[in-house]
Ligand binder design. Structure first.
Ligand SMILES: [Zn+2]
Length: 307
């Protein structure tokens, strides 16, 4: 049994739309996990027979997306507790220093002062094609509905919508939030692992075009190989989205591990290496974080049939 803990941003600054884990909370979490469990890289553990027999012993620390605050704020804490972590990066975001599309989207609606938007695409429901914003909260509720819808459509259409949004909200600068390849080389040289999180943060399990899925898998691995000198063992599926086809194409691309989310402990007798469970932690009160770490919260939800 392995507890794989998933993080995104770790930052002292608050963000009302997608709150990073506070630096003090992250320190407390890593201190707690490193005392309670043996922390190890999943990439080192995955191929060792032993761990399958031992219960409650291992934990891993993982970061998705490749945010700059990982090296600025999380790394010093990892080093303080002598913990190695894995970082799964979106190669286009690293190449261009642009955040993942969900972040670009939310940031645009949060910061613009524009009073309306027109997105005349016939694949969008009417309510998204034209909207007026009288106050800030109108923009925030609009994007809160638009984001889940955009997750369900194909990547090219989503790109079109995003382009239109960034053009119309030209008063918003794209935040420079990502690590660069030099940052990743520093992490690699310190013994941390860098794996893939696709080229564009595409939700692989919702895509149908086999060639497009393979491109996301293969080209991100090639970029990592070119910059860091090895073919990554691991693909972390964006938003935890995968299906049987995703698993097969990931194997074909040359990966050995595929990471899901699922908010559960990874039990190698029940899950194969292409649907590994992870537990995401959030910026929450400590008692709730502790319940997530021990997986009690999910067990309670299961017991009472809460989904
Ligand atoms: Zn992600």
């Amino acid at each position: 049994m392995i507890r794989n803990f998933l993080f995104h941003r770790v930052n002292p600054e608050r963000d009302p739309l997608w709150d990073p884990i506070d630096v003090r909370l992250f320190d407390k979490i890593i201190n707690y996990i490193s005392k309670k469990y043996e922390t190890i890289l999943f990439e080192d553990l995955a191929f060792v027979e032993e761990y399958k027999k031992k219960k409650n012993r291992y934990a891993t620390i993982m970061f998705d997306d490749g945010y700059k605050d990982n090296i600025e704020h999380a790394l010093p804490i990892l080093e303080k507790y002598k913990v190695k972590a894995s970082f799964y990066v979106v190669t286009n975001c690293i190449d261009q220093n642009i955040p993942t599309w969900t972040h670009v989207l939310e940031n645009a609606f949060q910061k613009t002062e524009k009073k309306g938007i027109e997105l005349s695409f016939d694949f969008l429901p009417n309510k998204f094609q034209k909207a007026s914003f009288y106050q800030n909260s109108d923009r925030l509720s609009f994007v809160a509905e638009l984001k889940p819808f955009l997750k369900t459509i194909d990547h090219k259409k989503r790109e079109q919508v995003l382009d239109h949004i960034t053009q119309q909200f030209s008063d918003v600068e794209v935040s420079q939030l990502m690590m660069n390849w030099d940052d990743l080389r520093i992490l690699r040289d310190k013994g941390h692992y860098i794996g893939s999180h696709t080229v564009n943060h595409s939700m692989l399990g919702t895509m149908e075009d086999e060639e497009e899925i393979s491109r996301e898998l293969e080209e991100s691995a090639k970029r990592i190989e070119a910059e860091l000198g090895y073919f990554p063992k691991t693909i972390s599926y964006p938003v935890g989205s995968f299906n049987e086809q995703t698993k097969q194409l990931s194997k074909k691309a040359g990966y050995q591990i595929g990471l899901a989310v699922k908010q559960d402990i990874h039990d190698p007798t029940k899950e194969d290496l292409f649907e590994v469970s992870r537990i995401e932690l959030y910026n929450e009160p400590w008692f709730k974080t502790k319940l997530r770490i021990s997986n009690t919260l999910e067990n309670i939800k299961k017991a009472i049939g809460y989904k």
